[in-house]
Ligand binder design. Structure first.
Ligand code: NAD
Length: 276
């Protein structure tokens, strides 16, 4: 069993963080890797990316958004409760090299994953520019932490309630127009955001890394749910990823399949609410 030692409501939109005692995982995990948890004996497997680790305290912190029955159950757990199973670290370990100027783009709850990845790039000595976006001010997470990590940070909100009015791609367009010599873009967020970022960076021939966590289901490579077309090759996000060259990802196919699961998640959440 893995005890929950902290739980916080991070933002409007049911974005929650939990910190769990898991010393063996905390000792081994690297930025961008993920864990799979099962709340109880009969629970479904839930792959979630780790946002922070604290090796000294032997803890990991996971951010998630309540979208279905299992995330609703996870959100209902309190400090002192425990999670039955936690497996990890999973996913390919990213190589963090000194590349130059890296623009990290995070949308919504994807900012948590981006922050951990950027820690890896910061340790390798890169110059970081962050762009983080949310629909509205109350939905923005980790602004202070991103500001500490990045030499420059642009915040956007879709409704203009905070920071720059617009989408994260508008802020990226401005950097390009300023002729910032971007060596790499790292984008983490909803699939339409990552698709829009890649569409833009392809034009400017900027290498772009994306994180395909949201499409994972059982995270063993067995279910095939996270099958993704990478430059014509079939890959599984859970075992071959979760990070891929964004210019090779077939986002249209991915978004179509992911929408199918979104409908199922909503149905199962509604039926669990009705069942009390
Ligand atoms: P959202 O829909 O509110 O979007 C967040 C921001 O992304 C927006 O404010 C906007 O700036 C940008 N954006 C969204 N769509 C865009 C588009 N078409 N073009 C340009 N920019 C766009 O995001 P949310 O509701 O918080 O959803 C978070 C999503 O992130 C979930 O779908 C979740 O599955 C996903 N997620 C991804 C990862 C990952 O590793 N990739 C990790 C955690 C969460």
């Amino acid at each position: 069993m893995y005890s929950i030692i902290d739980r916080q409501e991070m933002a409007k939109g049911d974005i929650v963080s939990i910190t769990v005692e898991a010393p063996e995982i905390a000792a081994k995990i690297h930025p961008g890797q993920f864990v799979v948890l099962r709340i109880n004996e009969t629970g479904e497997r839930l792959p979630l990316t780790v946002a922070y680790k604290n090796r000294a305290h032997g803890t990991i912190t996971i951010f998630f958004q309540v979208v279905g029955k299992t995330t609703a159950m996870l959100s209902s757990l309190k400090i002192g409760d425990a999670i039955k199973d936690l497996v990890g670290p999973l996913g390919v370990r990213e190589k963090f090299e000194k590349i130059g100027i890296i623009v990290g783009i995070g949308g919504g709850s994807g900012i948590a994953v981006l922050h951990h990845l950027l820690e890896g790039y910061a340790e390798a000595g890169n110059n970081l520019i962050g762009i983080i976006g949310a629909r509205e001010k109350e939905m923005l997470i980790l602004e202070d932490e991103m500001r500490r990590l990045c030499q420059r940070l642009v915040v956007t909100t879709d409704d203009g309630s905070y920071g720059q009015h617009g989408l994260v791609t508008d802020a990226l367009q401005q950097l390009v127009e300023e002729q910032v010599a971007i060596d790499l873009v790292v984008a983490v967020g909803p699939l339409p955001m990552m698709r829009a970022v890649c569409k833009m960076t392809r034009i400017y021939q900027i290498h772009t890394l994306v994180s395909l966590n949201p499409i994972m289901i059982d995270a063993t490579g067995m279910c095939g749910g996270c099958r993704v077309n990478i430059g014509g090759d079939k890959k599984f996000a859970c075992v071959h990823g979760p990070h891929f060259d964004g210019h090779k990802v077939d986002f249209d196919e991915l978004i179509q399949r992911n929408n199918m699961y979104t409908r199922d998640e909503k149905t199962s959440l509604l039926s669990s609410i009705k069942a009390g």
